[in-house]
Design a protein around this ligand. Structure first.
Ligand code: S3P
Length: 445
């Protein structure tokens, strides 16, 4: 299993990079373009392990997807795609199981689409994905009339054709994947689909559906999708995928904690449902500037200039946790270099991500000598201690792997991240990007 070795950083990180495309938007763009009628153009699409599972699944159902250009860009890997949509009812039965690999977004969103098809399908994935909870989508989809057989609340999901009706559903946790699965099923349902969210879960599905001509309205915490008039197609997409703030987060925190660094990250998506880490870092006294604000693909985007600075502790809980849900592992690394005790609460959802991101993160940071204490719904990080170089494990979780790599930059000796190759699930070329900024990272077997 390839391991990523990270050496203590002797010089500041400097330079300008382009953030890789947003993973959430890349999944949605391929699915929805495939359901539209006509030709979509999706530029700067993210060719990561997770999103390629979605691309293969849509191809397996007859959607024609051509990679028009594969750009190495200024570090970020990006593809320009031409997608010929088959319409809401034009997908073909796949020859076998749809393999969602490690991607929860792929499986949960596709489930919302598959329940509306006139053929049977099986959604499956890696051992890691098979461990993740699916009842959160299966139960509300069944309430819409969907026919789904699961394995005691887990994948594989066997889906059979059924007539769907709209529902009113109050989500017990703020989950964009659950919300999106219901809205996508709502495209095939009779009557209105209404979803209530207990916190600001990312709203990319709502924005993209609106851009394609679907009537989606947002009223406070309620999201409603009106049934489609017979024969009314989804309009094709023409978009440039914004950069992923969840990937930019690793570079941003690296620049904030490696002395005298200054890094510009171009083209970062700044959708308010995703900027919790920026809010937390600002409260901690981090020095960064957001410039060149503009809209791209119906989403706010800008360039971030991140600079090293003294950080102090912060307490994180409530909505900001939802807005920073994927950034909490790297936030813990920032907190370890901030004066005082930082506390995370209201984050029990972290336990059902790619791995238990509370238990595993705390375990690996402690292996690096950092004083971190696990709580049921979060953790406490005592700053400031210098991490010890150590052999640590990603446990197959891309964000855990990258967070440990950034911690390794400020460690006292080299750090080896076993199973580091999983970084490509969301950030292909992570190590090259860091090398371009002056970091020393290499693959060892
Ligand atoms: C995602 C939603 C979030 C997030 C995941 C991507 C999405 O998951 O953690 O990485 O693209 O909809 P939940 O819906 O489980 O909160």
């Amino acid at each position: 299993m390839p391991a990523l070795r990270v050496y203590p950083q002797q010089s500041p990180l400097k330079g300008e990079i382009m953030a890789p495309g947003d993973k959430s938007i890349s999944h949605r763009a391929v699915m929805l373009a495939g359901l539209s009628e006509g030709e979509s153009h999706v530029r700067r699409w993210l060719p990561a392990g997770d999103t390629q599972a979605t691309l293969q699944a849509m191809r397996a159902m007859g959607v024609e997807i051509a990679v028009e250009q594969a750009a190495q860009g200024r570090t970020a890997q990006a593809w320009d795609l031409r997608i010929v949509g088959r319409g809401l009812h034009g997908l073909q039965a796949p020859a076998g199981r749809l393999d969602c690999r490690n991607a929860g977004t792929c499986l949960r969103l596709l489930a919302g689409i598959m329940v509306g098809q006139r053929f049977e399908s099986v959604l499956d994935g890696s051992e890691q994905l098979r461990k993740r909870p699916m009842r959160r989508i299966v139960e509300p989809l069944r309430a819409m009339g969907a026919q789904i057989e699961d394995d005691e609340g887990h994948a594989p999901l066997c889906i059979s054709p059924a007539a769907l009706q709209g529902v009113t559903y109050r989500m017990p946790v703020a989950s964009a994947q659950v919300k999106s699965a219901l809205l996508l099923a709502g495209l095939y349902a009779q009557g209105e689909t209404r979803v209530w969210q207990p916190g600001p879960a990312r709203d990319h599905t709502e924005r993209m559906l609106q851009a394609m001509g679907v009537s989606v309205t947002v009223d406070g915490d309620w999201i409603s999708l009106q049934p489609r008039h017979a024969g009314q197609p989804l309009q094709p997409l023409n978009l440039v995928v914004p950069g992923d703030i969840s990937s930019a987060a690793f570079v941003l925190v690296a620049a904030a904690i490696v002395p005298h660094s200054q890094v510009v990250i171009q083209n970062v998506g700044l959708n308010e449902t995703r900027t919790g880490l920026l809010a937390l870092l600002r409260t901690m006294g981090a020095d960064f500037i957001v410039g060149n604000r503009h809209m791209s693909g119906g989403e706010p985007v800008g360039d971030l200039t991140a600079t090293f600075g003294e950080l102090h502790s912060v307490e994180a809980g409530g909505d900001v946790v939802v807005r920073a849900i994927d950034e909490l592992p790297i936030w813990a690394v920032a907190a370890s270099q901030a004066a005082g005790d930082s506390v995370l609460r209201d984050a029990a959802e972290l336990r059902v991500k790619e791995v238990d991101r509370i238990g595993r993160l705390v375990g690996e940071l402690r292996r690096m000598g950092l004083p971190v204490t696990e709580c049921q719904d979060g953790f406490v990080v005592e700053g400031t201690a210098r991490p010890r170089g150590a052999e640590v494990d990603s446990f197959g979780d891309h964000r855990l792997g990258m967070a440990l790599a950034v911690a390794g930059l400020v460690a006292d000796s080299p750090t080896t991240i076993v199973g580091g190759d999983c970084v490509a699930d969301s950030f292909p070329g992570f190590e090259e990007t860091m090398q371009k900024l002056g970091a020393r990272m290499e693959w060892v077997s």
